[in-house]
Design a binder for this molecule. Sequence first.
Ligand code: PHE
Length: 339
Amino acid sequence: MKEQLNNIRLEAEKCLNEVKSSADLESLRLRFLGKKGELTAVLRGMGGLTSDERPIIGQLANDVRSFIEGKLEEGAKILQNKEQELRLKTEYIDVTIPGKRRFIGKKHPLTIVSDEIKDVFVSLGYEIAEGPEVELDYYNFEALNIPAGHPARDAQDTFYINDEILLRSQTSSVQIRVMENKKPPIKLISPGRVYRSDSVDATHSPVFHQVEGLVVDKGITMGDLVGTLQLFARRLFGEDTKIRLRPHHFQFTEPSAEVDVSCWTCGGKGCRVCKNEGWIEILGAGMVHPKVLENCGIDSKVYSGFAFGLGVERTAMGRFNIDDMRLLFENDMRFLRQF
Ligand code: PHE
């Protein structure tokens, strides 16, 4: 038995010295120490020993077991080191390879201008409201005092989903949506995309953006409208900016005006940008028509309000001296990187 044990020890040592993989290690562990392993088989035979031999053989068997266990551990460590070495060799980082260039995103010029407009009005205590781009005829026209068949619809021909549903032609629809649900005081702006069936050219696009403004409360006057727009124009285009109101007609405001700002390029003297007029039109505005208030269940004898609608593309073209609206929609990186 002694000899058997010594042979196992010798054989294990030999095998373990030649181990190449962790699978090898595991099968050797099973071969020598497993339940059906060689050492276990020898120990089973210990019942036939005399009481003198038993402790001696027992001791030897234990020694062999811990010898093999030690060897297995050692082998595992060696394999681990080898694997690590291999990884270090194959997975090294070549710091001389040129890096991948990552572009930092930028705001689109329309977003820059929208954000500036929002900042001005939010600082004046306006809330920001949103409305759907796919809109009911009722909100886009009917409730704004533009009944079916009215010639005022011609100027805002849009895209129809069916007789009642269309792509909104103006953010004024949001005025109605808000006033239906909220009683005065109301003080909001509503930026968003609008649609018209215009062909594309340097100053027209079938998709563009507006920022609507609406203030309704007791005692709101035209003076409030003028003062607000004056302040807005100065904040956006500079302290020396003047505004000018020209009488106009909108179905949903009375009186109505188109509003010009003094040219941001020449300051009013006349230049190419303002086509020598000194003024540039940027928005439509007026006092909310009593019928519109009544359509939303607001008593027009108690409350009054003003509204305005600003074209974002036009404002951006002015701010950045862009001479063709198409540039704002083409997403040409050579253009967009300049902002
Ligand atoms: N919705 C009008 C347009 O698109 C602009 C406007 C808004 C006019 C609010 C007056 C009041 O032309």
